[in-house]
Design a protein around this ligand. Structure first.
Ligand code: GCU
Length: 411
């Protein structure tokens, strides 16, 4: 009885707190607050050939100024596949775990696919900061992360998961598996902590191992992880190599975007609340600053980026160019009206800033005129929902609408 009451208090109080915070925090404006506050991509003399000719240099600038070096392109190798459950989620899905050799380290990939599919499946590749076992609520016999410093949270459901979801939304750790399977998508989960643990003690040795002396940061290393999952999936004919999406929330959303800039095999990006170092403009003076992000998470970026802490306006590149590097592939930018920390307006303006490059490929890019005019058929779309930072059921409705609009497939 006492335990039950404590449990209830532990869950209800945070929920009430989240409700109050969300009412007190300022709401992001619906209107576009003006033209991108960034040097626009010069359209004078811009052609597909000139853009494509300059891609490698621009990628190298993102490595030099912000993220550190891309680890390399040696493909991952699947060394074993195990069936965990041939009819998981009440017969809807087949769950497998694959052993994957990434070169410098090994990992496990967990793959969930609609049961009985007869055609190559579209896939959503995801990384979550609580880990793969948590994504399944501890319900299956999945392996722990290979790297002992990799973080997991709430692996066995219980109060930890309940607390997490009351603060960050129902799907912060567990995506809506049934809904995704019913819509015909497979899911592939990689624990980013196997590549670089997300903590200041585990990250430096992992980066050393991965980079062999070259300077780099965790965001681009995790992005490389998405690319390695694409290697693994492309080696399996059950998956459609023309419909490979990457999904990430927040820090993982930054990496998902970087991954698509570097790896053209990624067909679509769902980048939810990516914020600074992700979809939002570095020069935007709203939300998290470069000084804040690099002080709290120094191992996410290279040292040069931290140097822009007091001089953001001096950074010679900005995130609209990173979005442009994935043109004309579809990008969904997700946000919350009270999540000013991740600066949805700055992301909107970065999307607009990428339009000249989308136009080179005959795409309108981001064409909505207000943040609340979500159009899932557009190649760059901004989706906003009520509330704060986290992953809610309405977010997944929007992700799936966007996927359906771009990956229309028979079921
Ligand atoms: C922190 C960080 C953000 C990041 C977020 C997350 O808030 O400052 O940059 O996006 O964590 O990953 O949840």
């Amino acid at each position: 009885m006492i335990r039950a009451s404590l449990f209830l208090i532990g869950i209800t109080l945070p929920m009430m707190l989240v409700g109050c915070v969300s009412m007190v925090l300022p709401r992001v404006s619906t209107e576009n607050s003006g033209p991108p506050a960034v040097p626009a991509i010069a359209t004078d003399g811009l052609t597909r050939a000139s853009w494509e000719g300059g891609r490698a240099d621009l990628l190298a600038r993102f490595e030099a100024e912000i993220y550190g070096a891309w680890p390399g392109d040696a493909p991952a190798r699947v060394t074993a596949r195990r069936i965990i459950d041939p009819s998981a989620f009440e017969g809807r899905g087949r769950l497998e775990e694959w052993d994957v050799d990434l070169g410098p380290m090994d990992t496990h990939l967990v793959v969930l696919m609609p049961a009985g599919a007869t055609e190559p499946l579209p896939v959503i590749v995801m990384q979550t900061f609580c880990g793969t076992r948590t994504a399944f609520g501890g319900a299956f016999d999945l392996s722990p992360p290979v790297n002992p410093s990799a973080r997991e949270c709430g692996t066995s459901g219980g109060w930890q998961s309940a607390l997490m979801t009351s603060i960050f939304g129902r799907h912060i750790a567990e995506p809506p598996m049934e809904q995704i399977l019913d819509r015909g998508y497979a899911l592939a989960f990689l624990h980013p902590g196997d590549i670089v643990p997300d903590n200041p003690t585990g990250a430096p040795p992992a980066l050393d191992l991965l980079m062999d002396g070259r300077e780099s940061g965790a965001i681009i290393a995790w992005a490389w992880g998405y690319a390695r999952v694409i290697d693994a999936l492309e080696s399996d004919p059950r998956f459609d190599d023309q419909r490979m999406a990457v999904w990430g929330h927040s820090r993982n959303a930054k990496s998902a975007l970087v991954a698509a800039a570097f790896d053209p095999r990624i067909d679509l990006v769902l980048s939810h609340q990516a914020g600074t170092g992700g979809t939002t403009l570095t020069r935007s003076d709203v939300g998290e600053s470069v000084a804040q992000i690099t002080e709290t998470y120094p191992y996410w970026f290279n040292g040069t980026y931290a140097g822009y802490g007091d001089t953001e306006a001096a950074i010679p590149i900005d995130q609209h160019q990173l979005i442009a590097l994935m043109a004309p592939r579809p990008l969904l930018i997700g946000g919350g009206w009270r999540d000013a920390w991740s600066d949805p307006q700055g992301s909107y303006r970065a999307g607009v800033g990428a339009n000249p490059v989308y136009a080179l490929y005959g795409s309108d890019g981001l064409r909505q005129e207000r943040l609340d005019a979500f159009d899932p058929t557009a190649d760059i779309a901004v989706f906003m929902r009520r509330g704060l930072h986290g992953v809610q059921p309405s977010d997944w409705d929007a992700f799936l609408a966007f996927l359906d609009a771009h990956f229309s497939h028979s079921q």
